[in-house]
Design a protein around this ligand. Structure first.
Ligand code: 5GP
Ligand code: SF4
Ligand code: MG
Length: 465
């Protein structure tokens, strides 16, 4: 998901809509905006579909007045899986002591089942099936005297990954979980401020990127004042390494590192680790593009656009049902036949999850007359599900969970298949010595099975580490 918020600008909702549009790659199922102004109080609009379709008409934007507001783009990882209902669309808003608050959450709470049960027993009335709603109820029940204090109270009970943008009538609040699994950045916008999942959304509204919210940090922004708190016990950070590989937009900056440059470095590493003699390096667009450029630069094999993407389709993976995903590949990608015929082609993609995309693409490329297809993957085999906000399927559906690399090669029907090593990936993101197994610098659980936060709910449902 993507989260965004602004304070101290007139027509906050317009800035939020633009910010969410820039974060659309983080979630395409639905979006929502909440604003506040002294005359109308809190206003909210939540819609299915893309931001550009929902939050552009005056009939909606005029209902969202105010100089402060937050927004969210959704991609379902928890809650009503598959069929999202409008009640699960964020931001969530609640009136309680101290005037109420709205929150938008990116990540996943791993003890939400237990929290929800406890809250319901104590009388909370849930409106949605989303794990994120627990936070509002925990805040409503806290005995603290200010909303930021109530939020600290609530979040100390929450386990898992959270980057949150929240608001009261007068304050914009940003928080990251102690491990800092999901991103969140702070920007300066005229006399006001903006909080965003990624810097690409600051660019679109002309805000200056100031800094990341640190892992375990809460910022409370009032007027011109940014206060910083560290409400949680200190832990060593574990940012999601897959944000570098796939999830973030290539024009975003994570910390001080350009996502594009990191992906290019991943491609270079891959070329060093897994060279092969071929005629062309082609990306599986768009997610494989920067890594393919890196592979080509390092290997000296020419880069070419062997697959053309229809720009009007969304990310296939994010479509929740198997059937739509299956069709999606062909609707979205087509082979550039004239270029491919008779060539030995290296295809670079970011990841293999179920293997659906890779299989389809290999068929299309061989149909178009390619002599050989070699797959090079910019992440290690995805062998474990993510419980921290990226929607990977159950373990059984992950190709790498049940097959060795060579079995996958046979299954995909390609001449060769190689994944970057975990150490190679760490080197590419800037950890010169590779992965330190005692203290990994990142979350890499989907590749290693080393979960930095115990997935409590999932384990209660039978998931085995
Ligand atoms: P597959 O077809 O193997 O299931 O999915 C692989 C494709 O989905 C890749 O091309 C990649 O761009 C995209 N993808 C891979 N992993 C993820 C993920 O965890 N989340 C999302 N949203 N997309 C992914
Ligand atoms: Fe990121 Fe993978 Fe960790 Fe999920 S399990 S947070 S996708 S590194
Ligand atoms: Mg892709």
């Amino acid at each position: 998901c993507g989260v965004f918020g602004v304070i101290g600008v007139s027509d906050a909702a317009n800035f939020i809509a633009l910010g969410l549009h820039a974060l659309q790659h983080r979630g395409q199922e639905a979006g929502g905006i909440v604003t506040h102004d002294p005359e109308h109080g809190f206003s909210s609009a939540r819609r299915f579909g893309l931001v550009r379709d929902s939050f552009t008409s005056a009939s909606i934007m005029d209902t969202l007045p105010g100089e402060i507001g937050i927004g969210h783009v959704r991609y379902s990882t928890a809650g009503s899986k598959g069929a999202t209902q409008i009640r699960d669309v964020q931001p969530f808003f609640g009136e309680f002591a101290m005037g109420g608050a709205a929150i938008a959450h990116n990540g996943n709470i791993v003890n939400a089942d237990a929290l929800r049960r406890e809250l319901i027993e104590r009388g909370s009335i849930f409106q949605s099936s989303s794990d994120s709603e627990c936070i509002i109820h925990l805040m409503a029940r806290s005995l603290q005297r200010t909303i930021p204090e109530r939020m600290k109270d609530a979040l100390r009970r929450v386990e898992g990954a959270f980057s949150i943008v929240a608001m009261t009538r007068t304050k914009l609040i940003g928080v990251r979980d102690p491990l800092g699994v999901r991103p969140l950045v702070l920007g300066r916008l005229g006399d006001g401020y903006a909080l965003s999942s990624e810097t690409c959304a600051l660019d679109i509204i002309g805000a200056d990127y100031l800094r990341e919210i640190e892992p375990g940090e809460m910022v409370v922004i009032t007027g011109d004042k940014v206060e910083s708190f560290k409400p949680f016990e200190r832990q060593s950070p574990r940012f999601c390494i897959f944000e570098h590989v796939y999830f973030s937009r290539p024009d975003s900056i994570i910390g001080t590192k350009s996502v594009y440059e990191t992906r290019e470095a991943i491609g270079r590493e891959l070329a060093k680790e897994a060279p092969v003699d071929a005629d062309l390096v082609c990306p599986v667009p768009d997610s494989g593009t920067p890594a393919a450029i890196g592979y080509s630069l390092e290997s000296g094999i020419p880069y070419a656009m062997g697959i053309i993407r229809n720009q009007y389709m969304g990310r296939t993976f994010i479509e929740p049902t198997e059937q739509i995903r299956n069709m999606g590949v062909r609707l979205k990608l087509n082979v550039n036949r004239a270029l491919i015929r008779g060539k030995r082609v290296i295809l670079v993609d970011d990841s293999v999850v179920r293997g659906t995309t890779s299989r389809k693409i290999k068929e299309m490329i061989l149909d178009a007359g390619a002599a050989e297809v070699h797959f090079r993957i910019a992440s290690p085999p995805t062998a474990w599900p993510c419980f921290y906000g990226v929607d990977t399927p159950e373990r059984e559906k992950l190709l790498a969970a049940t097959m060795s690399e060579d079995e996958m090669r046979v299954h995909l029907g390609v001449a060769s298949l190689r994944f970057i090593s975990l150490d190679g990936l760490y080197r590419a993101v800037g950890v010169a010595g590779g992965r330190d197994a005692r203290q990994p610098a990142y979350c890499d659980a989907c590749f290693s099975g080393d979960y930095p936060v115990k997935p409590t709910d999932q384990m209660a449902r039978g998931f085995k580490l």
